[in-house]
Structure formats: structure tokens, C-alpha cells
Ligand binder design. Structure first.
Ligand code: GAP
Length: 445
């Protein structure tokens, strides 16, 4: 086992095995934009589906939403993003590089010296992270709109609609997954920080007196989510926000951090946003967004506990955490130890050889199992190489059809993690794989 995965190793594996490609690569790529290939899109979808299930299906008081990316520009004035969603930037007058002032070493900021070339740095200026575009034919400012920098606001502006139609009562939540856009200046580290990314956000509306209770509840639940995805506990921790880290809307915030190859960094934020957002939208829209408790007749503006996770950033966590190398019979084995519930392929299916009817039997098995599991049929190359290819994309189980299958109907089930092989009767395959997925534990966890 290794714990020393580097970003270069991951980027190259992701390219080689069809997880993630540079955007518009045939034109030289676009900085900090990435495309998800056949394996990557499956992995991302599974993480998203698991989040959606955990949030909406397993919580009767959480409903879903899919709001538009483009919203009325007043939304972003009300939310405080037009005024506050800025990074302080400094430019080097000599090499013309641009830096986030909070990421330049203190001694360079004090001396106004560029950390790269020693040239003179400008004073820090505020730079708004929202992308703008124009709706309609004129670009004169009248149709100016923003690409949403968070999915949360789509939930706040629909809070009343959901309340009136969703048969929900406080406490209740609204969950949403979707794209968000930020004009990030520092976008290194692969898909960690990109200009276009996806968020999985849930806004939980509570009585103001119950904010601490629900904050504690969601903080623990959200950590458990990553453990259920198979992430190692030792790689996760909470980070409380100090007063200078708190976003403009937050009274209290904790990050869930993961130890990436480049250090401990935020993966998800849990925020107590108080009544800030609903109060501001009430003020800016002129619409009453208060809540009436029909039992106590109390009218109030709910507080919001937000759980805000990066979907694309979670993909990077899952890849970093799953990557492992070991030596097997004098050769390096690269294996992605994904939890089977999110692996892009659940079952690899191979005939030992193509001839003597084994390929037909294996294809038939594939046709049956693909109804329930994500399968992949492969008949090319030595069986050992086929296993290794599946190890590299993290397929937890492989089934091989051989001559014994013709005699007694059993197949070989090979486990990715231990490489152990056992014989399983045809009728037992489905139940066996279902049970294995349910009971999966990574070794040492
Ligand atoms: N609605 C609150 C909010 O957006 P945030 O801490 O700015 O809070 C939440 O973002 C999560 O979104 C982060 O923890 C991270 O996972 C993800 N995220 C934010 N900016 C990102 C970026 N530029 N690229 C990829 N993921 C990003």
C-alpha cells in the first residue's frame, strides 16, 4: 500500500483510463476547465446519486429542486455577492503575473515584491469572482446577468414556492445539485479549483432557537456521508472558521477538510447563514418570506443551516483516496480502491478464451447482469492483463467464464482488493455481489 499519490500520477491515470481530459484538448486545452470521460462521468454520477439518495430519499423532510443557472441580476445584489464576493488581487508590474493577495507570503506583501520575479507589486484591488454575460441582443449593460457562483440562491428564491406546494413544515430542507461558476484566479491542482464546477447543496430551514441543534446534526451527518463513500477517516477533519474566514452571510461555519496530495483543504462547508438570505430577499424583492407556524401562530424568518459540498471536488477526493500501488509478483499493480457503490464499473465479465463457446456464455451472463449492475465485457488479451485493466479503473469484482462453467455452471469471482478468487454458482452471482457491496469495508478501516 502507498500513501504517496502525487497529482501528476492522478492526472496521468485519469487521462489514460478515461476519467478526466483537459477541456478542448485538440486546441491546446483551456486553463482550469476539464471534461469527464466515460469512467469519470460514471463516477461523478454515482457520487451525485448517492448524495441525492442520502439527502432526499432518506430524509422525508428534504425535497429536491433544479433551479435555472441564470437568474434575475437583483438576486446577486440581495445575496451580497455583487458587493462582497471578491478576492483581493495584486499584479506584478514587471512579470505581469496576477496573485491573490491572501496567498502571497507576508514578507512579499510588506515589501511589495513579487514572489516569482522580485518585481514591484501593485496595491491590492478587489476583483469580483462572478462571471457576467448578456441576455438579449444588446451588450450595453441593460441585459447584464451573472452565471451563478453558488446553487444556494436558486433555493432561497424558491423557498416560498416549495413551502406552498411541497407540503413541508419547518424544519425542512431543499436539496439541489448543479453547476456553479467562479472566475478564479488561482486554478491549479487539477479539478480542485476550477472556474466551472458542480455543487451539491442542501439548505435546511429551522426555527432561530434551534439553529445550534441542527448545525450540530448536519455537521456529523455530512462527515458520515464521506465515510459511507469509503473515504478513510484519517484523511478527514473539521476546520472551524475563524472570524476573518467567515463568509459575509455566516454566523458559524465548519469546513470538512480532506488531506489532498497538496495538503489539507476544504471539501465541504457547513454554514449557519442565520436569516441573512431570506431577510435580504424580502428586502430586495418586496415579497414576504416569513413563515407562519400554524400551531403556535408565531411568524418568523427561518434560519438556514447550509451543507455545501463540491461534487467535482469530491471526485478528486475519491480518486486521491482510492489510488493505491503495490508490488505483485515483481510488477507494480495500480489499483483504485473505490467503494463498490460508486465504482464506475461494478462487474467485469470475461471469457477465459474466446473459443469453444466461452465468449457466448460470457456475453449471455453480461446481458443478464447488466440489468442490475454496471458491467463491462472484455475478451481481449491475457486474463491477467484484463484483471489489471479493471484494477486501474477500480472495478471491485470480475467474473471469468471458463471450461468448468460449461460443466457445472459456476464462474470465478475475483475480488479487486485481495485478488482472491472463488467459484460461485450462476444463481448465486446476483445475491453475492449485492451482499458484497452492502458489506464492503476497505482493509484497515
Ligand atoms: N453556498 C455556499 C458556498 O458556495 P463555498 O465554501 O464557497 O460555499 C462550497 O463553496 C463548496 O463548493 C466548497 O467546499 C468546494 O467543495 C466547492 N467549490 C467552491 N469553489 C470551487 C471551485 N472554484 N472549484 C471547485 N469546487 C469549488
Amino acid at each position: 500500500m502507498t500513501d504517496a499519490v502525487t497529482m501528476d500520477t492522478l492526472v496521468s491515470l485519469c487521462k489514460r483510463r478515461g476519467f478526466i481530459f483537459p477541456s478542448s484538448e485538440i486546441y491546446g486545452g483551456l486553463a482550469s476547465a476539464w471534461d469527464y470521460g466515460p469512467m469519470g462521468v460514471e463516477l461523478k454520477k454515482r457520487i451525485q446519486e448517492f448524495w441525492w439518495r442520502q439527502m432526499t430519499q432518506l430524509n422525508a423532510n428534504i425535497v429536491g429542486l433544479d433551479a435555472a443557472i441564470m437568474m434575475h441580476p437583483r438576486v446577486w445584489e440581495a445575496s451580497g455577492h455583487v458587493e462582497n464576493f471578491t478576492d483581493p488581487l495584486v499584479d506584478c508590474k514587471k512579470c505581469k503575473q496576477r496573485f491573490r493577495a491572501d496567498q502571497v507570503p507576508e514578507e512579499n506583501m510588506t515589501a511589495h515584491r513579487c514572489p516569482e520575479c522580485g518585481g514591484e507589486l501593485t496595491d491590492a484591488r478587489k476583483f469580483n469572482l462572478m462571471f457576467t454575460t448578456h441576455m438579449g441582443p444588446l451588450e450595453d449593460g441593460s441585459g447584464l446577468i451573472y452565471l451563478r457562483p453558488e446553487t444556494a440562491q436558486g433555493i432561497y428564491v424558491n423557498y416560498k414556492n416549495v413551502l406552498q406546494t411541497g407540503r413541508v413544515k419547518i424544519p425542512f430542507g431543499i436539496a439541489q445539485v448543479g453547476k456553479a461558476f467562479r472566475n478564479e484566479i488561482t486554478t491549479k491542482n487539477f479539478i480542485f479549483r476550477t472556474c466551472e464546477f458542480e455543487q451539491m447543496e442542501m439548505q435546511f430551514f429551522v426555527h432561530p432557537s434551534e439553529d445550534a441543534k441542527w448545525f450540530a446534526h448536519w455537521k456529523e451527518k455530512r462527515l458520515q456521508f464521506y465515510l459511507d463513500l469509503g473515504v478513510r477517516r484519517s484523511k478527514l477533519r473539521f476546520h472551524p472558521h475563524g472570524p476573518d474566514e467567515l463568509a459575509h452571510y455566516a454566523k458559524l461555519a465548519f469546513d470538512i477538510q480532506y488531506e489532498f496530495p497538496f495538503g489539507w483543504k476544504e471539501l465541504e462547508g457547513i454554514h449557519n447563514r442565520t436569516d441573512y438570505d431570506l431577510r435580504r430577499h424580502t428586502e430586495f424583492s418586496g415579497k414576504d418570506l416569513s413563515y407562519l407556524d400554524e400551531q403556535t401562530h408565531e411568524r418568523y424568518i427561518p434560519y438556514i443551516i447550509e451543507t455545501s459540498a463540491g461534487l467535482t471536488r469530491t471526485v478528486l477526493v475519491i480518486l486521491s483516496d482510492a489510488y493505491d500501488e503495490e508490488e505483485v509478483e515483481g510488477e507494480k499493480r495500480v489499483v483504485l480502491r473505490f467503494h463498490p457503490r460508486i465504482a464506475p464499473i461494478t462487474v467485469g465479465i470475461f471469457p477465459l478464451v474466446k473459443k469453444d463457446g466461452l465468449a457466448e456464455l460470457a456475453r449471455k451472463l453480461d446481458g443478464e447482469l447488466c440489468e442490475e449492475f454496471r458491467t463491462f465485457y472484455d475478451e481481449s488479451g491475457a486474463i491477467g492483463r484484463r484483471y489489471r485493466r479493471q484494477d486501474e479503473v477500480g472495478t471491485p469484482y470480475c467474473l471469468t467464464v471458463d471450461y468448468q462453467t460449461k460443466e457445472d455452471g459456476t464462474v470465478t469471482l475475483r475480488h479487486r482488493d485481495s485478488m482472491e478468487q472463488v467459484r460461485v454458482a450462476r444463481a448465486e452471482i446476483g445475491p453475492a455481489i449485492r451482499a458484497l457491496i452492502k458489506e464492503y469495508r476497505r482493509k484497515g478501516e
